[in-house]
Design a binder for this molecule. Structure first.
Ligand code: GCB
Length: 607
C-alpha cells in the first residue's frame, strides 16, 4: 500500500518537473566566444553579509534588489559607506576550487563571492549565454547587478541567457558560491571525499544566432547497428525548417524537417561504420546545421547491451577491465583543472591495462569524458546519490533527478559512456527503492542506448556474501562494493573462506574493493596500511571474485590516493584516503602490478 502511494507520489512529481527544463546548449565549447577563465577577485563571507541584511533578509529579494556584494560598488564619493571592494580583493584561479589555492580556505565550507570583469561588444542579431561547467554547490549569479538565477548541484553545467543584461563595454559578473553541506542536498552531509568549493570548471560566454541548435543526439540505434538515430532540437525563434546532418567520412548527408517545437527526429541507414571500441576509438567528424547555425562534433558509434551474463560491445562479449577515479589530482591536490591533469589520470588507467573507468561519485567534466572517447576507455558515469540521503523529501528527489538529467543531456553523444549509475551504497528501505527506482526509469526514458546501474551493498551471513537488493530487478548489471579483507573478514589470507550468493543472473561488474596503503611503507602482508597488505588483498580478492560465474568486470577502489576529511590517522592518512594504486607522489604501489597482470590475462581471454 505504502509502496503504491509512494510510486504514485513520485509519478506526479515526475510529470510536474518534466516541463520547462532545458540544459545548456549541446557541445557548448564548440561555440565559445569569450572565455571567462582566469583570475577572479574573491571575498570570503562566512556570515553571508553580502547576501542578507542585518535582519537576515536577502538583498536580492528586497524592493530595490540592491545592497548586496553583487552591486560590485567602488567609492565614487568619499562620504559613501561601502564595506567591501572586489577591486582590492585577492584573486582565485577559475577553473579551480578554493581549498587547494588558499591555505586558510583548505577546510572552509561556506560562502565565497567571486567577481570577474569582462569587455564585450554584443551583436544585436545574436543570442548570448553565460555558461558554467560546474560550481560547487549552490551558486547565485548576477550580471551587472541583476540576478540571473540560482543553481544547485556541484558537478553539472548550467547557463543563463544574458542578451538583455549585457552592456557594450565593461560588464561585471558576480557569483555567490556556497559549499555548505546539508542533509537534504545531493550529495548529503556525509561523503568520503573533500568538499572542494568554488567555480571548479570552465566559465564562458557562448554566442549563437537567434534560432540556434540547442541540442542533438546522434548515436547508433540500440536495436540496429546499421542505423544512426537521434534528433536535432532548435530553439530561439524556431519555426519549421530544414536541418542537416553530415558525416563526410561515411558519405552521409541527411536533411530533415523540424516540427513546430523545433525538433527533427533522424534515422540514417549507415553501412561500413568503423565501430568505436577501446581497441578502435574511432571518432567521426559530424556537422549539424540549420539555416542559421552550425556545430561540429566528433562522435563514435557503438552499441552496448547485455545477453544473459554477457556484456556485449558491438555485439561482442567484453570484460570491463576498470578502475575507479575521483575528479582530483593527487599530485597537486584539488579538482582536475586542465586537459593535462585529466590526460594524466586516464593515461595511468591505460598503463594499468584498463579498457574502462568508473568516474565516481558524481559527474566528472565533459572534457574528461571527451578524452575517454578519444583514448578508448569505456565509462561508468554517476550522480552523487551517495549513502544516506533524504529519501522522503520531494525536493531532494527533484534535485537528484535534475542532476541525472543534466549528466545524460551533456554526455549522451559520448561513445565512451556505456553506463549511467544512479547512486552508490544506498541503504535498503521502501522509500529508497521508490526514489532510486524512479531515477532508473527516468534514466531509461532519457536514453535507451546505455546500461543503467547502481553500486549496491552486500550483506553477510557467516561466510556467505549476499547480493539481494530489490533494485537488482531494475538495473542491467549486478554491481556492488565489497570490502572483504579491509572493513570486515580479517586479513587477506582469510578472504578465501567467503563465497557469493547473488540473487540476480545478470552480468556482475564489481564496483569497488580495496585497501589503504601508504606509498613506500613496506611491511608484511598482515600489516594494515602497508603496500604488502594491499598487494595481498588484491591477490585474494581477484581469486575470490573469479569464482563468480557471471563476473564481467570490476573497478577496484581506486586509481590514486585522494583527500578525505574522514581519514585521520596521523601517520598513514593525514586526510588522505590511501586506497589508491598510485600514491600522492605519483608512485605506483605494488598492488598496481597485481591488477595489471590480472587485466593482461583477461585481455588475452577476451581477445
Ligand atoms: C566506499 C565508498 C567510497 C569510499 C570507499 C572507502 O564504499 O563508495 O566512496 O571512499 O568505500 O575507501 O571506504
Amino acid at each position: 500500500m505504502i509502496k503504491v502511494a509512494l510510486n504514485l507520489f513520485f509519478l506526479i512529481l515526475l510529470s510536474l518537473t518534466a516541463a520547462g527544463q532545458s540544459g545548456p546548449v549541446q557541445n557548448n565549447k564548440a561555440r565559445v566566444v569569450l572565455s571567462l577563465n582566469g583570475k577572479w577577485n574573491y571575498i570570503v563571507d562566512p556570515y553571508e553579509n553580502g547576501f542578507y541584511d542585518y535582519r537576515r533578509k536577502a538583498f536580492d529579494a528586497s524592493a530595490s534588489g540592491k545592497g548586496g556584494f553583487f552591486d560590485d560598488l567602488t567609492h565614487t564619493d568619499k562620504s559613501e559607506l561601502i564595506e567591501y571592494n572586489f577591486d582590492y580583493s585577492p584573486a582565485l584561479n577559475v577553473p579551480g576550487d578554493w581549498n587547494s589555492q588558499v591555505e586558510k580556505l583548505e577546510l572552509y565550507e561556506g560562502t565565497v563571492w567571486y567577481r570577474k570583469k569582462f569587455t564585450i561588444s554584443p551583436n544585436s542579431e545574436k543570442k548570448y549565454f553565460l555558461y558554467f561547467g560546474a560550481v560547487n554547490y549552490e551558486a547565485h549569479i548576477y550580471l551587472n547587478g541583476k540576478k540571473l538565477g540560482m543553481h544547485k548541484g556541484g558537478f553539472t553545467p548550467f547557463q543563463f541567457e544574458i542578451d538583455k543584461h549585457l552592456i557594450n563595454g565593461e560588464n561585471s559578473v558576480v557569483v555567490k558560491v556556497d559549499n555548505t553541506r546539508k542533509q537534504d542536498e545531493i550529495p548529503t552531509i556525509n561523503t568520503d571525499w573533500w568538499n572542494y568549493g568554488g567555480i571548479t570548471r570552465d566559465v564562458f560566454i557562448t554566442e549563437t544566432p537567434q534560432s540556434y541548435i540547442a541540442d542533438y543526439k546522434i548515436q547508433l540505434s540500440a536495436a540496429d547497428r546499421g542505423a544512426i538515430e537521434g534528433y536535432i532540437q532548435l530553439a530561439g525563434n524556431t519555426q519549421t525548417e530544414l536541418v542537416k546532418v553530415q558525416i563526410p567520412e561515411l558519405g552521409i548527408s541527411l536533411q530533415a524537417k523540424t516540427d513546430a517545437s523545433g525538433k527533427a527526429h533522424i534515422r540514417i541507414p549507415a553501412r561500413k561504420i568503423s565501430y568505436w571500441s577501446p581497441e578502435n576509438p574511432k571518432l567521426y567528424g559530424v556537422t549539424i546545421s540549420s539555416a542559421a547555425d552550425q556545430v561540429e562534433d566528433r562522435i563514435g558509434f557503438k552499441t552496448i547491451g547485455t545477453k544473459g551474463q554477457d556484456i556485449l560491445l558491438n555485439g561482442k562479449s567484453v570484460f570491463l577491465r576498470g578502475i575507479s577515479i575521483h575528479d582530483e589530482n593527487p599530485l597537486l591536490a584539488g579538482r582536475l583543472r586542465s586537459e593535462g591533469d585529466m590526460r594524466m589520470m586516464l593515461q595511468w588507467a591505460k598503463e594499468l591495462g584498463c579498457n574502462y573507468v568508473r568516474l565516481a561519485h558524481y559527474p566528472h567534466s565533459e572534457d574528461m569524458v571527451r578524452l575517454a572517447d578519444e583514448m578508448g576507455l569505456m565509462v561508468w558515469a554517476e550522480v552523487p546519490v551517495y549513502w544516506t540521503i533524504s529519501w522522503d523529501n520531494p525536493d531532494t528527489y527533484n534535485n537528484a533527478k535534475q542532476q541525472l538529467t543534466d549528466l545524460i543531456s551533456r554526455d549522451k553523444n559520448r561513445s565512451s559512456v556505456i553506463i549511467w549509475s544512479v547512486g552508490n551504497e544506498t541503504p535498503l528501505s521502501e522509500q529508497r527503492h521508490a526514489f532510486m527506482g524512479n531515477l532508473i526509469s527516468h534514466a531509461r526514458g532519457l536514453d535507451n542506448t546505455r546500461l543503467i546501474a547502481a553500486a549496491l551493498e552486500v550483506h553477510r551471513n557467516g561466510t556467505e556474501v549476499i547480493v539481494d537488493d530489490p533494485l537488482g530487478e531494475k538495473i542491467d548489471l549486478v554491481s556492488f562494493n565489497e570490502y572483504a579483507g579491509w572493513y570486515w573478514g580479517g586479513t587477506p589470507d582469510e578472504i578465501g573462506k567467503y563465497h557469493f550468493n547473488i540473487k540476480y543472473s545478470k552480468p556482475v561488474v564489481v564496483s569497488e574493493f580495496g585497501a589503504d596503503a601508504l606509498g613506500g611503507f613496506y611491511a608484511d602482508d598482515k600489516t594494515k596500511f602497508s603496500e604488502e597488505y594491499q598487494e595481498a588483498l588484491y591477490e585474494s580478492q581477484i581469486a575470490l571474485l573469479s569464482t563468480i560465474k557471471g563476473l564481467r568486470g570490476m573497478t577496484p577502489w581506486i586509481l590514486a590516493d585522494f583527500r578525505s576529511p574522514r581519514r585521520q590517522h596521523p601517520i598513514y592518512q593525514n586526510f588522505w584516503n590511501r586506497k589508491g594504486l598510485i600514491s600522492e607522489t605519483g608512485n605506483k604501489k605494488k598492488a598496481f602490478y597485481t591488477l595489471k597482470s590480472f587485466y593482461s590475462s583477461k585481455q588475452e581471454q577476451y581477445k
